[in-house]
Design a protein. Sequence first.
Length: 240
Amino acid sequence: MSYLFLLLFSLLNPPVQVVLDPGHGGSNLGARSHDKSVYEKDLTLDLAKRISTHLDSLGITYRLTRSSDRYLTLLNRSTMAKGWKPNCFVSLHFNASQLHNRQGVEIFYPEESHAPALEEITKLAGTGRDLMAQKGSVRPLIVGSYLNTLGKSISSSGSRVFAKKLAWRLLADGFKVRSIKKGDYDVLVGTGTKAILFEGGFIDNPRESITMLREATRDRMAASLARGLAILCRSSNQLY
Ligand SMILES: [Zn+2]
């Protein structure tokens, strides 16, 4: 009986493989297209929905942090994602630059946070023991903080590989990739999984703006991203 219940539960609630986070929303407009006709918040939602359609056809499970034009804080987004325990997290954005002359996709992954060295762990453990003798509640805090640091380190190295492999997919599908770099973005911290921030081109650049405002280009980009995500996010431990 309980086996049947578990089977039914897992069929109705399959594990989430990908979380898509359409950047901005509501009063947070984001960048504006060169012709001033579109805001970034609408393009990110459009791209997320297109990726979703492609993920559906590839049999990949996903959640969106927002599926309408509404405001969310960065903490709302990462907390929501963490609760879903996904295999990967992608925050979607479009870019702008001061001189309006840049082009290409940029992918950011979180800063590497190094796990403490062995001496530090020993020291922490020792301190924890000493403190435990005095105050019972301190040790779990220290151990928790260490595990948190270690967790960030694991998800950071996974995120770097994830960013690079996704960039290869885009390059193979004919997109210009301008850079893959470390980015200290709050939305990438605390998702509990490998996480990247994807900038799908510079919409303030007169030429790139025309290209990205075409539905066909966004759909091609969505298809390429979905193909990459289907390989890179199918299982949770593939890149660790
Ligand atoms: Zn943005």
